[in-house]
Design a protein around this ligand. Structure first.
Ligand SMILES: [Zn+2]
Length: 343
């Protein structure tokens, strides 16, 4: 596991599947996504290492009288023991995919919510583990059985969902507000951007990544236009420090920590590819002809792939499928309202 300190209480944990954003501080731990199922022990070990280092610093600072030499503090160790780490209180899922929710059950089991069992509402055991926040469609997707796959365990399912545009935590956590923003029909139909409002960091889930073309999960309600809208929303929220560099930081679903300039470059790429594919559809080209026309060619060196879980062909095909369906729907609607047509 690679740990990147982002800013303030926020860390990016890399290597458990998708990137995990962690807020670690005096109120406990909040995680955005939980990685792949088999990676939970490594994820928890990394969090404990960060907590351990923070608590040791804190204890040392409390122990040392102003201007004292460090070697003198040993006698006072028993009076200022290193405090116990705070529990994991919240998990936020950016969407339902297994590389983002796989650790939910195991991570939630070691955590505890603020409210505890008595006031946790309609879920009887919510007090026993961390609360899991997500858009309603994440719960629906995770709770819909897939043929040939085991059902998602109850403890892995979101405990608190929202169905409107945004949801915010009702109180500060580790010194800042946290807001979830739903991005309809983008990577899936249940994507949330998670905005840490004090640190000014946005966890983008799989709406943004620095390693491949954006994955459009058609079977889960994904759409290229929603992806572009999601990238534009990040750019609306973000403020650069200088020109398009620095300032608001963005944690991608996969890849390296990014700023506004990175997201703008990616947004431009997706927008140009989308518009090219639309132009080719308007000329009547088939999906195979569109692929041969290589609408992505300038970016294939950076994002392209011919094998693996998301190839260039799969991306072009997904964009084509989205736009072709929309084009046909528009034509049918226009034909239905054409003057002179009788029902
Ligand atoms: Zn995903």
């Amino acid at each position: 596991m690679q740990v990147v300190h982002i800013r303030g209480n926020l860390y990016m944990l890399v290597g458990a599947g998708a990137n995990v954003t962690a807020s670690i501080g005096p109120d406990g731990v909040m995680l955005v996504d939980t990685g792949l199922p088999g990676q939970t022990d490594r994820l928890l070990a990394a969090i404990q290492r960060i907590q351990g280092a923070l608590l040791l610093d804190q204890a040392r600072a409390a122990r040392l009288p102003q201007g004292a030499a460090e070697g003198r503090s040993t006698i006072q160790d028993s009076q200022n023991p290193v405090p116990a780490p705070k529990p994991i209180r919240y998990i936020i899922n950016t969407h339902a995919h297994a590389d983002h929710t796989g650790g939910n059950a195991a991570v939630a089991a070691v955590g505890r919510t603020f409210t505890g069992g008595n006031v946790a509402g309609n879920i009887a055991d919510a007090g026993e583990g961390a609360a899991i926040l997500a858009h309603e469609n994440v719960l629906v997707r995770m709770n819909t059985p897939t043929p040939g796959q085991a059902a998602t365990p109850f403890r892995a399912l979101p405990t608190d969902t929202y169905y409107v545009d945004t949801m915010k935590l009702s109180h500060f956590f580790n010194g800042e507000g946290v807001q979830l923003m739903h991005q309809p029909a983008a990577h899936t139909d249940g994507d949330s951007l998670v905005w840490f409002r004090g640190s000014d960091v946005i966890a983008a889930g799989d709406i943004f990544n620095t390693e491949s073309y954006p994955v459009i999960d058609l079977a889960s309600g994904g759409h290229v236009n929603g992806l572009v809208a999601g990238l534009n929303r990040i750019l609306d929220l973000a403020v650069a420090e200088f020109r398009s560099e620095g300032g608001t930081l963005i944690v991608p679903g996969r890849g390296r920590l990014s700023d506004m300039g990175d997201v703008a470059y990616y947004r431009d790429m997706v927008t140009i590819v989308r518009d090219r594919v639309q132009a080719l559809i308007d000329k009547g080209l088939t999906v195979e002809q569109v692929k041969t026309a290589r609408p992505t060619f300038e970016w294939d060196g950076r994002y392209g792939a011919t094998s693996g879980r998301w190839t260039t062909d799969m991306f072009v095909e997904a964009v084509y499928t989205n736009l072709k369906a929309d084009t046909e729907a528009r034509r049918a609607a226009a034909a239905a309202t054409r003057p002179g047509r009788r029902p």
